[in-house]
Design a protein around this ligand. Sequence first.
Ligand code: C2E
Ligand code: MG
Ligand code: MG
Length: 563
Amino acid sequence: MVRRPGRLTAGVANALLAQLPLAVAIVDIDLGLHYWNDAAADLFGLPPLAAVDVPHLTEILASIPHLLPLQRDRIATFVKGEMEASNRGEAESFLRVSLGRERRLGLRVRGIGARRWMLLIDEGRVFGAAGRSQAGHGDAWLDPLTGLSNRRHFNQVLRDMTENASAASNQALLMIDLDRFTPVNDTLGHAIGDALLCLVSQRLSGETRDDDLLARLGGDEFAILTSNGEKAEALGNRVVDILSRPFVVEGQVVNIGASVGISLFPEHGETAEAIMRHADLALYDAKSGGRRTCRVFSPAMAERAQTRRDLETDLRRALPLGEMSLAYQPQLNVRTKTLTGFEALLRWNHPVRGAVPPAVFIPVAEEIGCIAALGEWVLKTACNEAARWPAPLTVAVNVSPRQIENSERLIRAVDTALEVSGLSPSRLELEITESSLLSKADDVLATLHRLRDRGIRIAMDDFGTGYASLGQLRSFPFDKIKIDRSLIAGLPEGADAAAVIRVIAAIGSGLGMATTAEGVETSEQAALVEADGCTDIQGYLISRPVPASAIGDLMRRYSLVEA
Ligand code: C2E
Ligand code: MG
Ligand code: MG
C-alpha cells in the first residue's frame, strides 16, 4: 500500500489546534468568539469552550490585565480592518501590542471561509523578563528600582496610542519632574534618594487608575499616560499636591515637590514625538513659573521657550563678547558718616536687548550652569578694579549658591583673583544668601571657614526674607548681615518691618556682626534704621550703583582722597 501525506481528520486537527502553543481563536464578523484553543484560554483567562455562550472579543479584551483601553480599541479596529482586507484578498498584516511591562502580543487575522476568521496571537515575553523574579534586574520593560514601567515600555505604549488615533480618543500625557531631588540625593546620599523615588512611585500609583500607564523615565522623571484626557489637569494638580507633602525616609523628613507638564492627544499633536515635545514644553513652563505647578501645553509656550533659548544663547556669549561690566554701589557707615566699601553688581548690556537686569539673567545663568564662569569673571574684575582704587575700601562680591556647591572651584577662583590683582584678602567681602545654607550646610560652612581663614570677610545677604532663620546667624561668624531691602521699603509705615530690623540689628550687635540696611532711599529711612541700630546703609540715598570710573569722584566727595 502506498502511504501519502494527506488531510487530517477533523478529530486530529482539533486535538492539534487545541494543543498548539500559539493562541488561536475563531471570530465572526461581529467579533463573536466561536472557538479558542488552550493557549488562547490561558492567555485570555477563558473558560472551557462548551461552558459559555459566544463571547464578544471586546469583552475578552477588557478582562486582560495591563491592556489599556486604547490598546483594546486598537486591537478591535485592527481585527475588523483585517477581515475586510482578507475579503478583498489583500495580504495580511501584523499588529504588535505591548501588554503590561513584560509581555507583547503579536496578532494576525486570517480568513478561513464561511464568514469566519482565525485570530493567531503569539505572546512574546520580552527578553530578560523571565530572570526578573530571581535577580531583580534585567527586565527590559521595567524600572528595576521602582517596579514601574521604564522609558522603553512607555515609548512603546505612547507609540501604540498615537498610531491608533481615533478621532474620539482623548488621551493625555503627564510629564512629572521632581523639584528638589538632586540636592536631596546629594546631601542625604543615594540610598535615601532611591528610597525616596520608591515612595514617590507609591504615591503616584495611588493616584493613577489601572488603565493608566505610570512610568519612570529615568532619574527623577516620571510620566503618566491616561485615557482620561478631560481629567488630566485635575490629576496633574493632585500629583503636584501629593508630592509636595513631606516624605519620611529612614527617619528623616524630606521635602521635595514636583512640576507637571501636560499635553493632550490628539489635540496637541498627532505623533508620539509631538506629544512628548509639547508635554516637555509645558513642564519647562511649569518649572520656570516657580515650580510646584501643573501646566497644560499651549502654543504660546513654544514661543516663550524660544525666547528663553535665545536669552540663554546670548548669555553664553555675553562674556566673550565683552557685554558684561560691573557697577559699584557705596556703603556708608552711619556713625562715621563715611564710605566703608562698595558692592560690585554685575551689569549686562546687550546690543539689542539693552540693559538686562541681574534679577533676570542671574537665575538663568544658574540654571544653565554658566554662573561659575560669570562669578569668576566678577571676582577677577572686582579685585583688579578695587586694587586700583585711590583709597583701600572693601569690595563686596555676590556669590551664588551654585558657586558654593563647587567649593574647590570657588576657592581657586578667589585665590587666583587675589593673587593676580594683589588685593589684600581683608579688602574682599563675599556676600552669600541664606539659600546657600539650605542644603549640605556642613560642607558650605567648611568652605566659608576656609575663605574666612584667608582673612576674607563673609556677609549674609538679603537677610530677613524667605527662609531666614536667626539660628543660621549662630552657625557661622559672619562679618556682616545685610538686611533685605524689602524690609527697608516698608519704612516708615511698617511697624512689623521696623521690629524685625531692630531684632536683627540687636542680634548682629550681640554677635559682633555689622548690620547694613539695604535699599535706603530716603533720609527718613536712614534715620529710622540708624535709630534701630543698623551700623551701615546702602541705597539710592547714598548713590545708585556707578561705573568703576565714577568711584574716584565718590571717594573725593567723602574726603577719602584729596580733591
Ligand atoms: P543684592 O546683592 O541684594 O544687590 C542689591 C540690589 O539692590 C542691586 O540690584 C541694587 O541695584 C539694588 N538697590 C540698591 N539700592 C537700592 C535702593 O535704594 N532701592 C532699590 N529699589 N534698589 C536698590 P541689582 O544690581 O539689580 O542686583 C540684583 C541682585 O542680583 C543682587 O541683589 C544680587 O543678588 C544679584 N547679583 C548682582 N550681581 C551679581 C553677581 O555678580 N553675582 C551674583 N551671584 N549675583 C549678583
Ligand atoms: Mg548683594
Ligand atoms: Mg542684598
